[in-house]
Ligand binder design. Structure first.
Ligand code: GLC
Length: 515
């Protein structure tokens, strides 16, 4: 878009916003400051609350009583955020002292961050959630990298089938990747005769006993492949490589948060935290070895990266308010009552929370009344994707036409009114905002625990942070509510491909940066 049309669009957009804003201000007068603040975020207000005198409900407006009830359920106040962040610190301390805590606080054995002078080519394998990637990363010795990669969907059959089939699938994809590098094709024999070093980014909770050995503690994010829990996942992968006649040494086992932290620190040395806000959520940070009291160190390193596994934070449900919808989502997973923080925050579950709210409102006759009912699609687990929420929140058109597309074309709701669409959008906003605010509270807890309120960078990867509208601004606002001016010292930065590059770096440095 050229500058002229950009400015033109901006002026036209502004004029519409002002007109709509004046109209709404004339008709409605907000009486609840939190609701009003939420409404002020958007050009087309969705959460406006009418004055008592405006009893006549416009056909186009959702019921104020419904909005207020939901708002009350999903709101996390500034005070609550501070409590959550304090509780996060306390839980981190507990987890550093004992293996028996919900939040595992896993020592990663990574004790140094790379210097940037590393060279060589390494393979990285990344199993995150929805996708599986094979990467080859070349470190140029000057802090730069080149990479090529292939990306594959992990089907539900693979996620829930046998462990052997899952790991064979990984090995097959690696073999294909190596046999064709985009320029040359190699025979299976040629590939089988070579030796490779590989870093395995395995983004699940493992009890990591050394840099390339870790026992899977539990599956989450929709995985339940058999014969894996309790096993060393590096052994499972190495055996699959042997079955496929591949000569590959798995020199590092890395969580995606650790990879993100290490690779972001490669370019931004002030990075002390790596966070994932994607299909799942988690964080890794740099801790003093002397504070990891459950860990018997054999080396001299002063610091070590800890994988917090904060997805399991507050599984005891002592501090974060939950709604009946959250409990429904939880009960519908293969691992109820665990990783409940993740279920309030991450991309795998947010759409599911919204789906349960919509179903409930259908039942009480508060939404989709014109169309007569919900749709079969709305009743299907996980059918309302978190990506739809992004789309809905991004729709600023006056008649919310894209919200209509999602509801009527994708979710097959027979017909929707503008009030239905506004209500749906308001629900997405409440659920999306709660996720961003809870993530910020968790980050505030980690930064405070590290004593880094005077300044540090947080490298953040994942589709929520990258693609969900307003997510980072909402996090920022919440950080301010919790930390006051100190929040200005915390840099939240988009990290890219931490899982690939980070694993390759750690594989490259396995002997020098780990213990
Ligand atoms: C889940 C996993 C964790 C991972 C996170 C983000 O919470 O348990 O290891 O880092 O998802 O992918």
């Amino acid at each position: 878009m050229d500058t002229g049309s950009f400015v033109g669009g901006l002026v036209a957009g502004l004029a519409i916003c002002i007109a709509v804003g004046l109209f709404v201000r004339f008709v409605f007068a907000p009486r609840n400051s939190a609701v009003a603040a939420a409404a002020a975020e958007h050009a087309v207000p969705l959460l406006e609350v009418k004055s008592d005198s405006a009893l006549l409900q416009s056909q186009d407006e959702p019921s104020q009583a419904t909005l207020l009830r939901l708002q009350h359920m999903f709101e996390v106040t500034g005070d609550k955020l501070s409590q959550i962040s304090k509780h996060m610190m306390a839980e981190m301390k507990k987890g550093l002292a004992s293996d028996e805590c919900a939040m595992k606080m896993i020592p990663t054995h990574v004790v140094r961050r790379p210097k940037g002078d590393e060279v060589g080519s390494y393979l990285a394998l990344d199993l995150g959630g929805s996708n599986f990637r094979v990467c080859e990363i070349t470190l140029d010795g000057r802090g730069g990298t080149r990479s090529r990669q292939s990306k594959h969907v992990v089907t539900d059959d693979l996620k829930t089938g046998t462990g052997a089939a899952l790991f064979d699938f990984f090995a097959d994809q690696v073999k294909h990747f190596l046999m064709n590098d985009g320029q040359n094709e190699y025979s299976a024999e040629e590939i089988e005769s070579r030796n490779y070093k590989l870093g395995f980014t395995f983004s699940f909770a493992v009890n990591q006993v050394s840099i390339n050995k870790g026992y899977l503690l539990l599956w989450n994010k929709g995985f339940s492949a058999d014969n894996c829990v309790g096993e060393d996942v590096v052994r499972l992968l190495s055996e699959a490589f042997r079955r496929k006649k591949l000569n590959i040494d798995v020199t590092a086992l890395v969580n995606d948060t650790t990879g993100t932290l290490v690779s972001h620190a490669y370019g931004a040395p002030d990075t002390y935290i790596g966070v994932i806000l994607g299909t799942g959520t988690n964080a890794a940070y740099v801790e003093k070895v002397e504070n990891i009291t459950k860990f018997k160190s054999s080396g001299t390193a002063k610091d070590m990266i800890i994988n917090t596994e904060w997805g399991a934070f507050d599984d005891e449900m002592v501090v974060i308010p939950r709604t009946k919808y959250d409990h429904k989502v939880d009960r519908g997973t293969s691992h109820p009552k665990t990783y409940t923080f993740e279920k309030l925050i991450s991309g795998m579950y947010l759409g599911e929370v919204v789906r349960y709210v919509l179903l409930d409102l259908v039942k009480t006759g508060e939404i989709f009344v014109a169309g007569g009912s919900a749709s079969k699609t709305l009743k299907i687990q996980y059918a309302f994707e978190t990506a739809y929420m992004s789309r809905i929140e991004r729709d600023h058109s006056l008649d919310l036409s894209d919200v209509r597309t999602v509801l009527e074309d994708l979710m097959h709701i027979p017909s929707t009114t503008l009030a239905d669409r506004r209500l749906t959008r308001a629900i997405c906003e409440m659920v999306g905002k709660r996720s961003a605010r809870l993530s910020a509270a968790a980050i505030a807890g980690v930064v405070t625990k590290m004593n880094k309120l005077d300044g540090c960078t947080v490298g953040i990867d994942g589709s929520l942070f990258e693609l969900y509208p307003h997510f980072s601004n909402r996090m920022r606002d919440a950080l301010h509510e919790i930390l006051g001016f100190s929040a200005d010292n915390i840099v939240l930065e988009q990290a890219r491909d931490g899982s690939g590059q980070g694993a390759a770096l750690i594989a490259a440095l396995a002997t020098s940066i780990t213990e």
